[in-house]
Every structure is written in C-alpha cells, then in structure tokens.
Design a protein around this ligand. Structure first.
Ligand code: 1GP
Length: 257
C-alpha cells in the first residue's frame, strides 16, 4: 500500500514540479557495497530526491546493500526490482512494477505473484508502477522479453500508458534501458503521454547530461532517473556535475508549477 514515500513524492512534485531519482545497481561482480554507499551519499549531497535500488541482472540477495544505503542516507530508498531477486524488506518502499509490454506473462504478473506474500506480510510500502520499455531497451528488454516500443511511435506507448492509468497504477515508467544512447526517452513519447494521461511519468535510460534531463522535464516527465551518469561521474567530481543537473531539473520543474 502507498504510504510515506508516496506522500513524499507527491508533495515534492506539487512544490517543486519535478524530481530527480538516482538509480544504484548493487551488482557484486562490478561494485562493492562501500562503493555503492559512497555514490548514494554523494547523490544525496548533490540534491537527488530518492535512491532507487535494483536492476535487471541482480545476481543474489540485495539485503546488505540496501541496509547499508538506507543507513547512509536520509532520502527515501525505493526498490526497483527486475525480478524476485530484487526484493527485500529493508528499503523504505518498493515500486511494485509490471513490465506491461513483455511478451512473457512472467514479467507482467508471474514474478509479482511469487513475491506477493512476502511483500504483503513484510509491511513494506508498495507503489504500483507500470513499466514500459522503449527501444533500445538494453538489458531490461532482453531479460524481460519485451516487445519494445519503436522510438518513432508515441501513440503505441500512449495506449499502454492509458491502460495502466485505467488499471489503477500510480506511476508510469517510460524506460529506454540503462546505458541507452540517443539522449533518453524521445520527448515526443513523453509529451504525448503527459498530454493525455494523468499518471505522473518517470523517465529513464540514457539521460546523461543536463540538456537531456531538462528536455525530459519540459516534455512532461515528473521524475527523471539517472544511473549510468552517476556510476561514471559522481566519484570523479564528488557530485559537482550532478548538483548542476539537479539544479537544472528543478529550474525546469518550477516552470511547470
Ligand atoms: C535504468 O532508467 C534507468 O533503469 C537509468 O538508466 O543508467 O541510462 O541512466 P541510465
């Protein structure tokens, strides 16, 4: 059930117009928990609004990584699970998400059913979120067997976003895939969804600079997610670049109030 984190998000959107979320992927093959924690701390200092934790290639339990991040930051920690391996009770909330354009029902409702008893009885806050994969989709599309939306077909995405709204989801995530090239989700897709749907839009995948982030907000995204940018930059410059990006996002957001 939605709760404090959802209230935090909606209040932020009402007062600031847009939010920046930082995605951390606790993959023990490429990053230690200390490294992940240091990125989370720098992102919080730079002004990000929440830390999302997850990915499509989680190789094991993420309990320790989530506990360590939650201890280190004051902003909300939100699970972004690509599968049942991404579930833990230790975050503040969880995007209870469905990959609506998967061609395999496992990613639409099967994994969710397998996790549901544990999630329900753990008491963790859940935020129902429709997850839509747009080309190139990257690892998330490969793992999730998605029939990715072509980048030049905004109306196909709109059909699914409207279905998500009518089905009762609280958010729609327009995802181009982590590490996507091409400047993030096409603004034409974001703007048509924003024009006709009342759901707040999260956009992610390839937003690697302030220009693309601002373009996303101007097109109608309520939340822009950055993952790869953080991995590549925040330790190097101690979060100075991210601080500028968050400021640019907030300036663009304030124009929507
Ligand atoms: C992936 O949308 C997120 O799920 C973040 O993508 O890593 O490209 O920023 P990037």
């Amino acid at each position: 059930m939605t709760g404090k984190v959802w209230e935090y998000i909606t209040e932020k959107l009402e007062s600031e117009g847009a939010c920046h979320f930082s995605l951390l992927d606790p993959d023990p093959l490429s990053a230690s928990n200390d490294y992940i924690v240091s990125i989370a701390e720098l992102a919080e200092k730079a002004g990000t609004d929440a830390i999302m934790i997850g990915g499509s290639t989680i190789f094991g339990g993420i309990d320790d990584a989530v506990k360590a991040i939650k201890e280190a930051v004051d902003i909300p920690t939100i699970l972004f699970p690509g599968n049942i391996t991404g579930v833990t009770e230790h975050a503040d909330a969880m995007f209870f998400m469905s990959l609506l354009n998967s061609s395999n029902p496992y990613y639409i409702v099967g994994a969710q059913a397998l996790a549901a008893v544990r999630v329900k009885f753990s008491g963790i806050e859940t935020i129902p979120m429709a997850y839509l994969l747009i080309e190139p989709g990257k690892s998330a599309a490969w793992v999730g067997e998605a029939k990715c939306f072509p980048r030049e077909k905004p109306k196909l995405v709109l059909m699914y976003a409207l279905a998500a709204e009518l089905l009762g989801y609280k958010l729609v995530y327009l995802e181009a895939g982590s590490g996507a090239e091409g400047g993030g989700v096409p603004p034409e897709i974001i703007s048509v969804v924003a024009q006709y749907s009342d759901l707040p839009i999260i956009a992610g995948g390839g937003f690697n600079d302030a220009e693309s982030v601002v373009r996303g907000v101007e097109a109608g995204a309520s939340i822009v997610v950055q993952g790869t940018y953080l991995e590549k930059n925040v330790q190097k410059d101690k979060g100075a670049g991210l601080k500028k990006i968050v400021k640019a996002l907030k300036d663009a957001g304030s124009k929507r109030l």
